[in-house]
Design a protein around this ligand. Structure first.
Ligand SMILES: *Cc1c(COP(=O)(O)O)cnc(C)c1O
Length: 461
């Protein structure tokens, strides 16, 4: 593919479609096969299952992003919600389509889905699952459920929890994070502690639960098993937010088996389910109380945490594929993608550094690949390369500086001047790197071609 003048959006999308169309017959694995002679689209150049060709209105050009005037991105960042998290596999899209075929009692479907999850995820005896509208939504309905139990007057009054017997949630100070808003939004009150002794001393008759933020567990003084032991000794609940912490898939069963009463995982991160889905695994009674606080039920705090029938089916399929995948071959695929890039840019004296990979990292477990630019050959820095990748048209590669931390409101009390720089890893200016777990088939080649262009244009040292 020529990334120069001949590189337009259509050829890009055709190439992408060809590359991602590996479920199609090999004879159709070329860009021409995607469009008939008249330029009419024959196979939608998007991920997922071709359902029906769109011949008019939105979607009829085969490029819905251009139709709305927004910039699509190649994801070298990770399972980040602000850029769309992850992408569903064709089988998951197919379940979404099949899930749309019939009406069904959502509560009946959720109970059945919960059993499917518990079996697939080897949950302990007496546990079941729930498909939620994300891990954050799981926290809302989970904490509401712990407080309201099955009492309708409490359910309809939450987040007004005055008069509820137990509303305090203990959290280690180091485990505070943006998602504890989802605990506070239920009306529960957070009680910060630092040590094991403080945790025990904070427990009183109003204490409901101890929250455990898995991804921050190396910063806290009290471990997961200790937290569970303390809670059990005092007859209070535990909730583990392990949203971004699979792979490894074993954590789906290891964390509930540790004795946490409820554990949540995002469905829209590396599980690659629908973006707005999550899994809550917990004690049957707690899951029932969570359901009572959730859509489709009305007049409760979790009514906006809606999951549709198609989302439920699709999440189950994604979870099944995730649990059954061979992670070693997944890793080999990531390495092969990096090799495509390495091979393409070595002629510029740009060399691959050893990949960084900690399979036991707390969250976002994936290899990180980086490359070294020889400053004696090229006058371009790693951050400049990353910026040029992000500025690539028509499809950006990564999101450097592109508003990828979400919107922020005004703060009239903030000191004047630009906001403080976000802390970055101190980095060698001759190095650039990224993760390749969320790119799609064929995008390694696109990244490699773009890097070749960037390095060809870079001033020689
Ligand atoms: C992503 C994330 C969440 C939110 O998960 P959603 O599925 O997007 O709602 C909660 N907690 C942590 C630690 C996360 O990383």
């Amino acid at each position: 593919m020529n990334l120069g003048s001949g590189w337009n959006r259509r050829s890009f999308l055709s190439m992408l479609a060809a590359a991602t169309g590996n479920l199609l017959s090999p004879s159709r694995l070329n860009a021409e096969g995607m469009f008939s002679k008249k330029g009419k689209q024959t196979i939608p150049p998007v991920d997922g299952h071709p359902i029906v060709p769109i011949t008019s209105g939105l979607g009829s050009t085969g490029d819905i992003y251009a139709e709305l005037g927004v910039t699509p991105l190649i994801n070298i960042n990770g399972t980040v919600t602000v850029i769309g998290g992850s992408v569903m596999r064709p089988e998951v899209m197919e379940l979404m389509r099949q899930g749309n075929q019939h009406f069904v009692l959502i509560n009946e479907l959720e109970v059945a889905a919960g059993k499917f999850i518990a079996k697939l995820c080897k949950s302990p005896e007496g546990y079941t699952g729930l498909v939620t509208a994300g891990a954050a939504a799981a926290m809302v309905v989970g904490y509401a459920g712990m407080m309201t139990e099955d009492l309708e007057p409490r359910i309809t009054s939450c987040p007004d929890v005055s008069g509820f017997p137990r509303t305090e949630v203990i959290i280690q100070k180091s485990h505070r994070y943006p998602f504890d808003h989802q605990i506070r939004q239920t009306g529960a009150k957070l009680v910060e502690v630092e040590t094991r002794e403080e945790m025990i001393a904070a427990i009183n008759p109003k204490t409901l639960a101890i929250h455990f933020t898995n991804i921050l567990s190396d910063r806290g003084k009290v471990s997961g098993p200790e937290t569970v032991a303390i809670a059990k000794a005092h007859n209070i609940y535990t909730f583990n937010d392990a949203s971004a912490d699979v792979p490894p898939k074993e954590r789906l069963w290891e964390y509930p088996a540790l004795g946490f009463d409820m554990v949540t995982f995002s469905g829209g991160k590396d599980i690659c389910g629908p973006q707005a889905s999550g899994v809550l695994i917990g004690k049957e009674e707690l899951i029932r109380w969570s359901m009572l606080n959730m859509s489709p039920q009305e007049d409760r705090i979790g009514r906006p945490c809606k999951v549709g029938k198609e989302t439920i089916f699709a999440l189950l399929k994604a979870l099944e594929l995730f649990v059954n995948q061979d992670y070693d071959s997944v890793l080999k695929m990531y390495d092969a993608r990096a090799q495509v890039i390495t091979d393409a840019i070595k002629k510029f004296g740009v060399t691959a550094l050893p990949r960084e990979f900690n399979p036991q990292a707390l969250g976002n477990v994936t290899p990180h690949y980086s490359w070294h630019i020889d400053p004696a050959k090229l006058k371009i820095t790693g951050p400049e390369v990353m910026q040029k990748l992000a500025d690539t048209k028509p499809v950006g590669i990564g999101s450097m500086g592109a508003g990828a931390s979400g919107l922020r409101g005004r703060n009239p009390d903030a000191p004047a001047g630009p906001p403080p720089e976000r802390r970055r890893r101190p980095s060698d200016p001759s190095v650039f790197g990224f993760a390749l777990w969320q790119i799609k088939d064929g995008e390694d080649k696109i990244i490699a071609d773009r890097l070749v262009q960037i390095f060809s244009e870079a001033p020689k040292a």
